[in-house]
Design a protein around this ligand. Structure first.
Ligand code: FAD
Ligand code: AMP
Length: 475
């Protein structure tokens, strides 16, 4: 390495919620930090924020909120005595609003980098050995920087299946499905996971006839079975056609769309759609990183192997977020990013992977933290259950949002809360109380003895906690 080589305490590769948060925390802790990022935004300019800000959490929530407003006006304004006429969707405006939100937030991260004096190295980063990273810009220019520590936060990309090759026109991945220029009349979605259900909901609300084809026989296997069954009922009632045990075997372009072949109940079937979204999961991204050449241990599925402190097998190289094991969630990536920065600074942070909340932003929302009832049964744990339906919540009834329930699972002996499962309005916000309580080792009695404001949706959490001991007041 020549004398002109820039040297840093930390070089982070990737500026998604894992990488940019790690970089900010490193800078806060006084380390000279650079972050390498190759993303080009929809306007062709370099952008920070990764999948989450550009084509993930934020744009999907922008469209979910817009489509929720539309459907709410169309179906429920009348219930409130409000008459609205000429309700129409302008997809171009809706998508432009989403783009503006994305660019505002990604520029905000650039502002945070400036504030914290983090060098944004624009280009593709590659491990170059001897604690060095080579950065290749879009024009091919290369620079090599040296780093006392490297944090890999290269994230994930949509998984592909050979049966449905993505052309981002008729067959799209999640990125394509966030930028349709019109509402397709017939939309097929492969995969009833989080992304498939959220994007399927967006376009169904806007008027598409949506069919979700899911290879597995069970629905939302990671969720609590009761919540999964209830949410399937509600989503189906809304008009989302969910076909379980439907394995896609092939696709064929037609003049007007795509003919999808699938097997269901041992029978070969076909359906034609105007557009098809492939939402079969995501895979870790180590493309062009030079992982193998650097001797980095990567498992069979492509995840970088790390220990509980996100250390890789190579000294002073860490990896966080979607590129390592664990749930592919933005807040999990950020927690790991912060923890690694603090470890490098000599602190001893602890990440409790058992307390990472999950959210699916359908409406009603689905959120949970901790163990499901089926997992407790499988582990032979003795537990008690408290449930409370939003139908019995005054606030939910006043809002006209009375579908769903809160379910709390607590240890039968110690009463420690083991899992909280919520299907209901703003479940994404309510789950935070559960995560906080569990992080403090709370019992269900602890929640039941805390005064909750009235009337609020959070009272349903309070009532479910009371229910663990058979003391619910309103049912
Ligand atoms: P990423 O966000 O993927 O960022 C990785 C970054 O690294 C990218 O910007 C990439 O350009 C860059 N990079 C990769 N390799 C290199 C290299 N060699 N050199 C330079 N740069 C490189 N999660 C939630 O928690 N809540 C949600 O509501 C949610 N909704 C989602 C909706 C959709 C449609 C999708 C697709 C995902 C959603 N997720 C959600 C998942 C979430 O986006 C990811 O878990 C999160 O972005 C992972 O963060 P990360 O930092 O590990 O990686
Ligand atoms: P997730 O990993 O949560 O995003 O969910 C992706 C879903 O896609 C999983 O539930 C898979 O079972 C489903 N899936 C994967 N391949 C196929 C296929 N060929 N046909 C139908 N569903 C599929």
């Amino acid at each position: 390495m020549n004398d002109n080589t820039q040297s840093y305490d930390v070089v982070v590769i990737g500026a998604g919620p894992g990488g940019y948060v790690a970089a900010i925390r490193c800078a806060q802790l006084g380390m000279k930090t650079a972050c390498v990022e190759s993303w080009l935004g929809e306007d062709g300019n370099p952008a920070l924020g990764g999948t989450c800000l550009n084509v993930g959490c934020i744009p999907s929530k922008a469209l979910l909120d817009s489509s929720h407003h539309y459907e709410h006006l169309k179906l429920h304004a009348g219930d409130h005595g409000i008459s609205v006429s000429n309700i129409a969707v302008d997809v171009a405006t809706m998508v432009a609003r989403k783009r503006k939100i994305v660019s505002g937030l990604t520029q905000g991260i650039a502002g945070l980098f400036r504030k914290h004096k983090i060098d944004w190295l624009k280009g593709h980063g590659m491990l170059a050995g001897n604690n060095a990273v080579t950065v290749t810009a879009t024009d091919g220019a290369q620079q090599t920087v040296s780093a006392r520590n490297i944090i890999i936060a290269t994230g994930s990309v949509p998984a592909r299946i050979p049966q449905a090759p993505v052309d981002q026109n008729v067959i799209c991945d999640s990125t394509g499905a966030l930028s349709f220029d019109h509402v397709p009349a017939r939309l097929g979605v492969i995969g009833a996971g989080v992304i498939g259900l959220e994007l399927g909901s967006v376009w169904r609300r806007l008027g598409a006839q949506v069919t979700v084809l899911e290879a597995m026989d069970s629905f939302l296997a990671a969720a609590d079975e009761k919540i999964a069954a209830e949410s399937k009922k509600i989503l189906s009632k809304q008009g989302l056609e969910i076909r379980l045990g439907a394995k896609v075997t092939g696709t064929q372009m037609t003049g007007t769309g795509v003919l999808v072949s699938f097997e269901q109940n041992g029978q070969a079937q076909q359906m034609e759609f105007d557009k098809l979204v492939v939402a079969v999961g995501r895979r870790p991204n180590t493309e062009g990183l030079g992982a193998v050449e650097a001797g980095l241990a990567v498992d069979q599925r492509g995840f970088i192997e790390v220990d509980a402190s996100c250390r890789t097998n190579l000294p002073n190289i860490y990896a966080v977020g979607d590129v390592v094991h664990g749930p592919m969630l933005a807040h999990k990536a950020s927690e790991e990013g912060v923890a690694v920065a603090e470890i490098i600074a000599g602190q001893q942070p602890v990440i409790d992977h058992a307390l990472i909340p999950w959210v699916i932003y359908t409406w009603p929302e689905i959120a949970w933290v901790g163990k499901t009832e089926q997992a407790l049964k499988q582990d032979g744990v003795n537990y008690r259950v408290g449930t409370f339906p939003f139908m019995a919540s005054g606030r939910a009834r006043a809002m006209g949002e009375s579908e769903g329930l809160v379910k709390i699972l607590a240890d039968a002996t110690t009463d420690a809360i083991l899992g909280v499962h919520i299907l209901g309005p703003s479940a994404s916000e309510l789950v935070s109380e559960a995560a906080t309580a569990m992080a403090f080792g709370a019992s269900s009695e602890d929640i039941s003895r805390i005064c909750h404001a009235h009337p609020t949706l959070a009272e349903a959490v309070h009532e479910a906690a009371l229910g663990v001991d058979g003391r619910t007041i309103h049912i």
